[in-house]
Design a protein around this ligand. Sequence first.
Ligand SMILES: Cc1cc2nc3c(=O)[nH]c(=O)nc-3n(C[C@H](O)[C@H](O)[C@H](O)COP(=O)(O)OP(=O)(O)OC[C@H]3O[C@@H](n4cnc5c(N)ncnc54)[C@H](O)[C@@H]3O)c2cc1C
Length: 370
Amino acid sequence: MKFQTIIVGGGLAGLTAGLALQKKGVSCAIISSGENALHFSSGTFSGDCPEEIVPLFEEAHITLKGDPSKDSWRLTPSGSMQKVRLAFEDITLYSSQKISASNVLIANPEGFIDFPTSFIADGLSQQGISCKVKTFSLPCLKTLRESPSEMRSVGIAKKLDGCIEEVAERLRGLLEGEDLLILPQVFGLASPEPVRALRTALPVEIAFLGTMPPSVPGIRVQLQLKKAFERAGGTFLMGDTAVSAEIADGTVRLIRTKNLDSHILTADNYILASGTFFSKGLSSSMEKISEPLFGLDIDCPSERTEWYSEDFFAPQPYMAAGVVTDKDFHPLKDGAPISNLYAVGSILAGEKNAGMALTSTFKVIKKIAL
Ligand SMILES: Cc1cc2nc3c(=O)[nH]c(=O)nc-3n(C[C@H](O)[C@H](O)[C@H](O)COP(=O)(O)OP(=O)(O)OC[C@H]3O[C@@H](n4cnc5c(N)ncnc54)[C@H](O)[C@@H]3O)c2cc1C
């Protein structure tokens, strides 16, 4: 199968690249083996983000709040405030480090243990904000509660998204004049409509805070990007893994995947957006950190003892490991750039956040779609 561009990795960087390139008339295939960082996302993007991301995401019906180049603040599930640039629409952003509320209700579905209500309440109390924690229950959650493994964010969202009016009625009954209602991110799995409907139905500002993974808004955004990519004519090879590649004379000649077996994939350009250790874009043994598909050059300390800091809370050097590229994002192999391969996103050596992943992606989009 031949495409103009083949992208390895269907996370934030790969999907953004695929959608933007398809929109510019470049035929793309994305090979996507599985879970990515969006599934664990806080719903916010840190680091300088490119301006182009906001209109591109609108094409996928994803509304991003905030300013790509200016900090806003969000309340975290530990009750502290964190600087961010952009956020999915579920998230409430503040212009300063102090939230504009004095009386808060935290409401949690009864039996849901993946939402740290007491951390949030403690954090808010330290800011001098009065805070109550209450639980609510609905008949549709009864079957989930019978099995603790089912009582997770995604399972709850599947149930609650179908009965938002009932949820709103329960929550209305809990309110006692508070000026902020905090809820776990267990709404809006397939679309943001349930989040919008709750905001319309209740007479109070609502802040949706992250739960333990998986992230409901992260899964939704990944699905929305995938759908938009496919609507634009892209080919998404879901659940497939790029297992080997052939390189000759400094160019990638083909890629083989696990599911396509004897069929080879070829393209004019290839983008590596396979993430870090978490997504198997990088792997490590006792001796070295490596990039498993192309065997690219890696920037990381050579001595294993320097991969980590003994101070558990310090930045860990191995987390900045990644592939080395030239100034045009062509990765190096044995010191020489591969001319039709680009690396984008968190597989690049250095700082890892959504802003950096998106900035590298847009730079490469401009190089491929001149
Ligand atoms: C758990 C976690 C949570 C994070 N949360 C945030 C956050 O809230 N905000 C923020 O700003 N930053 C966050 N980050 C930083 C994150 O690196 C970036 O935000 C960004 O999402 C990374 O996107 P990516 O596409 O480069 O990589 P990933 O999201 O890791 O995507 C890589 C994809 O490539 C696939 N893949 C790997 N190898 C192959 C192969 N051989 N064949 C096919 N597919 C392959 C993987 O399965 C995966 O789907 C988080 C990082 C992690 C690890």
